[in-house]
Design a binder for this molecule. Structure first.
Ligand SMILES: Cc1cc2nc3c(=O)[nH]c(=O)nc-3n(C[C@H](O)[C@H](O)[C@H](O)COP(=O)(O)O)c2cc1C
Length: 194
């Protein structure tokens, strides 16, 4: 069993990334961290080559390693800071590019009447989504993450974390870290039941 934990913020002392890590550590399962700040992930160009090419994206960058990790994982944690009341551009690029895995011949069809929508290799696997925000706008970030990871990738969202942190540090907010630990435990339990 393995959990993939995607830390979406580029900030060194990122609150979002700290929560993602705490969720992963609390799951009790081996986890792999993907630090988006350390990777080059270019935007999806919409070329649709992946749709014709067994899910192979033609962009030669660090997303290639993320594809492998997504295909191998049993569960996902993904965190994005809230930027302009939604996910950050960096996280959205990763999510956009994740479309390629729909065409690797793995998982249930999204909709048999719409074969161009491909398959869902992550279907029914448990996931946790995370955002932090200074003041407001996190509701829409959660909506985006729920739609992309829950509705479109068809993962089972066991917890959604959205924390209003002002300009503070979550290391000084034990109630926030408690919620992260609770979410991690839920993720571990969901995996045990798989
Ligand atoms: C480009 C940008 C846009 C932001 N947009 C919002 C926003 O819409 N609402 C808000 O309350 N805070 C906003 N913030 C503040 C961040 O949401 C907040 O600092 C967040 O906790 C950063 O997460 P991190 O510590 O994981 O990087 C924005 C910050 C940046 C850099």
């Amino acid at each position: 069993m393995k959990v993939l934990a995607i830390c979406g913020s580029h900030r060194e002392e990122s609150n979002t990334n700290k929560i993602v890590k705490r969720v992963a550590e609390s799951s009790g399962i081996d986890f792999e961290l993907v630090e988006v700040s350390k990777l080059e992930i270019k935007p999806c160009t919409g070329c649709a080559a992946c749709m014709m090419n067994e899910g192979q994206c033609v962009i030669d960058d660090d997303m290639q390693g993320v594809y492998d990790a997504l295909m191998e994982t049993d569960a996902l944690i993904i965190g994005s800071p809230t930027y302009y009341m939604d996910v950050s551009g960096a996280v959205k690029s990763l999510i956009d590019r994740s479309m390629a895995i729909y065409y690797r011949g793995v998982g249930p069809e999204y909709n048999p009447d719409m074969p161009w929508m491909g398959q869902r290799p992550l279907a029914d696997k448990p996931a946790v989504v995370v955002t932090t925000v200074a003041g407001g706008g996190h509701e829409r970030t959660l909506e985006t993450l729920t739609m992309c990871i829950g509705d479109i990738h068809r993962m089972k969202l066991v917890a959604k974390i959205a924390e209003v942190v002002k300009m503070d540090d979550v290391d000084d907010m034990p109630e926030v870290m408690q919620r992260a630990e609770d979410a991690g435990r839920k993720l571990g339990q969901a995996l045990a039941q798989q």
